[in-house]
Write a protein that binds this ligand. Structure first.
Ligand code: URA
Length: 234
């Protein structure tokens, strides 16, 4: 693999920064400074250091995106922009896709990866991966409604939801909801079953991942090594 591709794929930097860093002597291959970023390396055998730190090669790429409103979580769409348009072309070219879905108007944590096997595992109903959302509702949620939420309630299509967690703020018109499943429009439909309405929805965690507060809406970053390990161990 080309050295610049390797540095991009491992999340060290963009291709243009890779070129500059290589030229500046910040990249060593097997202990030797290299001067050309289009040099080929063996990603499985060579040791690469970037700015003094060893670069670990991973077969797969993982991106955390802070999804803004108006983007659909699909790889293509004829009407709306997709979350893939928010990540760099290099990552798109690797065949990355969103791991799970958020509605067009839902904000927050979205994982994108090219690891189909892991995504399949994380999304399988039996994995019970928990997802926490910050929400606001049109009307206050009383104790009886919160109990129905927590015990599981019946949606308009007859589906009985698994017990969910709800933590209300002092207004009782917002707080946090945690689900261990991900049916279509689930929270929206759960609130509708309580004759209420969601007015704001933002995912703040997905399994072991927590939305990085440094990411503005529409911004992304590669997952850290410890985040990848936590996901793989989940
Ligand atoms: N539940 C919803 O209704 N929408 C989402 O985007 C996620 C969970």
């Amino acid at each position: 693999m080309r050295l610049d591709k390797f540095l991009v794929a491992t999340g060290c930097c963009t291709r243009s920064v890779a070129k500059k860093q290589v030229r500046a002597g910040a990249v060593l291959v097997n202990g030797q400074a290299v001067r050309s970023s289009d040099q080929n390396i063996d990603e499985n055998a060579d040791t690469v250091t970037y700015c003094g730190a060893k670069v670990v090669y991973r077969k797969y790429t993982y991106i955390m995106l802070n999804k803004p409103e108006g983007y659909v979580s699909a790889t293509e769409d004829t009407r709306d922009p997709t979350v893939l348009e928010l990540i760099p072309a290099e990552a798109r070219a690797r065949g990355m896709f969103p791991c799970g879905r958020l509605d067009k108007n839902t904000l927050g944590l979205m994982l994108l990866t090219d690891n189909g096997e892991l995504a399949h595992k994380l999304l399988a109903p039996k994995s019970h991966v928990s997802k926490t959302y910050r929400f606001k509702s049109k009307f206050p949620i009383d104790e009886a409604d919160a109990k129905r939420f927590e015990n599981g309630l019946v949606l308009e299509d007859g589906y009985e939801t698994k017990p969910a967690k709800i933590e209300l703020d002092s207004t009782a018109m917002g707080g946090y909801i945690t689900l261990v499943e991900g049916k279509y429009h689930q929270i929206k439909r759960m609130l509708e079953a309580l004759d209420n309405k969601i007015t704001y929805l933002e995912r703040v965690s997905f399994g072991p991942l927590t939305l990085d507060g440094e990411l503005a809406r529409g911004e992304w970053r590669y997952l850290s090594e410890s985040e990848i390990e936590a996901l793989e161990a989940h």
